[in-house]
Design a protein around this ligand. Structure first.
Ligand SMILES: Cc1ncc(COP(=O)(O)O)c(C=O)c1O
Length: 476
């Protein structure tokens, strides 16, 4: 990729930056780096226990981390800086099978050669970070690619703003909607929503502990989400609640904000019928519809989950993040702000933009999408194995739940304590998954869509079974 003379303009004369990238020393250096990475990561292909000789130094690192961040991390993960596919080496010498990937960030696994190459290309740039006053051609390309993918089914998403976090992408989305509907100042979201950790997103996120001691920066009303056990009844309930809200606060709603698949809330899929039943009255009431795809992007049969559910006509504003490396807010021409309400010193690192572009290529070449694409067929394969664990250990596993490459199960009695206990047992055994939801609390997996194989899934299921047998003894 990089800033070639083609991507930077139409002149025939070569740019110095393009000449640098074409320099045989650079080409050879990149080749040698790729060769060395391949050689050194070759052994990272199955789970391995920590090296006891590293135990003290690892503990010291963890305690330094706890000191600097003001508390211990959720789990003792410190990467060594190398991996292969879903396997990652930690600084204690252990190798884990990473089926959570920093919550969905590692879409091609660890140390993917194409991602490293893209990052090296970005490292040659004049600046580490791109931003409002310093944009480069790959930023344009990233925005154009996200727009083009979003519009395939007819969604009217003309513009794209890059940003450095999912929370900031959502901030921009809400600013666009609030500005468009001023003076309307209320937002509709779902029970159990998670939108990020900024002040406004803490108000939107439906977790009282996450806004503990914080002022409410937004007025939010909540609807019940789709219940897979009772799809029709839960849809009727949500629609009735929506009408109640629209009647209670006429003209006061500036936006409906929704994750098409509830992520942190517990991996509850939406559906075409559910969202259509809500989006039609919202349209009629003139309430902008925002889909948060920060976790769901690239994990279903289509790049965007709103496309997977056939909701293209309703997508007014859409946010993405995580797997795209650089986050973004897409919106239609009708929502273009009339004043300078959107800007940032940093839109993303040069490296996150280059690797984000490469990730889109890898998702495409990995044949992730389509009604029988890898996301769908791998889900079926994984789900069948989880279902078989559930049949074998009905007291330990219920499920599976989720959609595509967002897959979860409920361990034991569904309590937070038991879910955390199993998650940590899995961690010790070598399988990384992470909790989500409350009542019940589940364990979710976000396998890398671009590189997961059935062998990786077999490995994960074997490690899960070992963990379940240990977990059974702990809760006995
Ligand atoms: C659906 C959703 N939206 C927004 C966010 C916030 O993203 P970030 O942590 O990059 O700010 C997350 C993060 O988990 C998310 O799952």
């Amino acid at each position: 990729m990089g800033q070639t003379s083609e991507s930077s303009g139409s002149s025939n004369s070569s740019l110095a930056a393009a000449a640098l990238r074409a320099d045989s020393r650079i080409v050879e250096a990149r080749r040698l780096i790729a060769e060395a990475v391949a050689e050194h990561s070759r052994g990272i292909q199955k789970v391995q226990a920590a090296d006891p000789d590293r135990s003290d130094s690892y503990e010291k690192l963890l305690s330094r981390l706890a000191d600097t961040r003001g508390g211990p991390p959720f789990w003792p993960y410190l990467s060594a800086g190398l991996g292969q596919g879903p396997y990652v080496e930690l600084a204690d010498g252990s190798i884990k099978l990473d089926f959570i990937g920093g919550i969905g960030v590692h879409g091609a696994g660890h140390s993917h050669p194409a991602m490293i190459d893209a990052a090296l290309d970005a490292a040659l740039e004049d600046t580490v970070m791109q931003g409002n006053l310093q944009q480069h051609p790959p930023s344009i390309e990233m925005s154009e690619r996200l727009i083009q993918l979003a519009c395939v089914g007819g969604a009217a998403l003309d513009h794209c703003l890059l940003s450095t976090s999912g929370a900031m992408a959502n901030e921009n989305a809400l600013k666009i909607a609030l500005h468009h509907k001023f003076p309307a100042d209320r937002i509709i979201a779902f029970d159990n929503a998670f939108a990020g950790r900024s002040l406004a997103m803490a108000a939107l996120t439906d977790r009282p502990t996450y806004r503990m001691g914080l002022p409410l920066a937004l007025n939010v009303d909540y609807l019940p989400f789709r219940d897979p056990a009772n799809p029709e009844r839960s849809t009727r309930w949500a629609v009735d609640e929506l009408h109640r809200l629209l009647n209670r606060h006429p003209g006061r709603y500036a936006g409906f904000w929704a994750e098409p698949i509830a992520g942190e809330g517990g991996y509850y899929p939406g559906s075409h019928e559910f969202f259509k039943a809500l989006c039609e009255p919202l349209r009629e009431a003139g309430v902008p519809i925002i889909f948060d795809e920060v976790q769901s992007f690239s994990r279903t049969s289509k790049p965007y989950a709103f496309q997977h559910y056939g909701l293209d006509e309703f997508a007014d504003i859409v946010t993405v993040g995580k797997i795209t490396q650089v986050c973004a807010t897409l919106y239609g021409e009708a929502f273009k702000p009339k004043g300078p309400i959107l800007s940032q010193t940093f839109t993303g690192s040069s490296s996150s933009i280059a690797t984000g572009l490469k990730m889109l290529d890898l998702l495409d070449s990995g044949e992730c999408f389509g009604s029988r694409g890898q996301n769908v067929t791998r889900h079926e394969y994984f789900a069948e194995q989880l279902a078989s664990l559930s049949r074998k250990y009905p007291k330990l596993v219920s499920g599976p739940f989720g959609e595509g490459m967002m897959i979860a199960f409920t361990p034991g009695d569904g309590s937070v304590d038991q879910a955390k206990r199993l998650m940590m047992t899995m961690y010790e055994v070598g399988l990384l998954g992470f909790v989500c939801g409350a009542n019940p609390t589940r364990i979710r997996f976000l396998p890398p869509p671009a590189t997961t194989t059935s062998e990786h899934i077999d490995d994960a299921v074997a490690l899960l079974e070992t963990s379940l047998l240990q977990f059974a003894k702990q809760i006995d």
